[in-house]
Design a protein around this ligand. Sequence first.
Ligand code: ACM
Length: 490
Amino acid sequence: MPESLSIVPAPRYVELGDGPGLALGGGVGLLVGADPAEIALGVYVARLAERIGIGPVDMLALDDGRDQLIELRLDPAAGPADSDPAERYSVVVDRRRALVRAPTVAGLYYGVVTLRQTLRTHPAGYVYAPVLRVEDAPRYPWRGLSVDVARHFFPVEDIELVISLMGYYKLNVLHLHLTDDQGWRLDVPSRPGLVERSAGSAVHGARGGYYTAGEYRRIVTFAASRGITVVPEVDIPGHVNAALHAYGELTPSGEPTEAYTGIDVGFSRLTAGLPATGPFLRDVFTDVAAMTPGPYVHLGGDEVPTLDPAEYEALVGIAHDAVRDAGKTVVAWQEAATAPLAPGSVLQYWDPRDGHEAIIAAAAAGCRVLMSPGSRAYLDMKYDAHYPRGLEWAGHIELRDAYDWDPGVVIPGLPLESVVGVEAAIWTETLATVDELTEMLLPRLTALAEVAWSVPARRSWDSYRRRVAAHRDYWDQIGVRWYPSPHVNW
Ligand code: ACM
């Protein structure tokens, strides 16, 4: 990529031209199609233009021949020809016009994001886009971030900030870890006691909370406006103390457990032989599927040392069937590779301490694999031994560790085409505020975004570390806390 451009993630093809570029001031035209999704994107661009100092734009349905024009045009042939049409795009900027073309509105959005990352301020004070041409498409269709809102709760506004950051780096899946031992964070209609009795708690006595159905819809809608699908996770059959605390019928004694505010894992479990267990799993997963417009529901399945394999399979099976019956695709952590999952299900790899055989076998049977290796993608790991927050079980993850790996070769013997994508994860045992959260995400989330988006031939650490330095201006502008990794000349 030309030195003076700092687009992250790196596009497939970029060419920087000569000349003064497109000056953007108030009165710039914005030409968009009439489809509701195109109009919604147009409104987003118009608001953005005001916010970043371009000034008011005129939304146009027809080119009126004016001198400054941004055009968003649906075009099935736009973007690199050998790529999936779902998210590819092209951007061409000359002195008169910025033309963003894509086969889909999602692609148009990515074109807008790229255009925005190229904007500069002229010494004379106005904003302009340099003359350039970009042809771009992602390597992987799943580019995610998983956020643990169970150990500490983060209200809708915090999640919206995270979604905005994700959109800026072309991530497209927000996975919400909604339940765990320490708290239950989503109100589901069939079991109101879950939030009544288990939403108030969080790690070490921190304030809890939960999303009402309306707040969850707000998150889903805001995410959709940035091309992001929400994948809700209800973690079973372990990590369930919040459920056992709310409903005693789920424990062998019939008594609810105590609330749990520590940070141990692997001690709580459902019990297959109890009459309440099956209906609980069916009802909760049916509810969550019904509340979720996206195609995926995550059933957890991780860290269950206290369950024998047959009972584990039985419990995962009930949740799996409820998700399938609701018309959704199952996502589960890698431990579920031993359970019979429907072809097309997504297994999320996280623990390098485990063997790979079951995952390779599940992939051979039709599962897809999502890459979240703890030593690369777990953004709650400390940057280094001196960093005040975070965990260390998967090692320290400095910026280069988050950047310098290839998801295609993490599991030797796994076919390249079985890898559906990359997901960063941030667990919140030690992270209580949105500032603490973003300081762990930035800059490492941008490295993971490039790993997920950019093909290996088009990215390199040296190029990335130069480009990411320019992004501090954006983070400072929007007022988010970030970590000045010593790997970058900020
Ligand atoms: C996990 O980190 N227990 C999925």
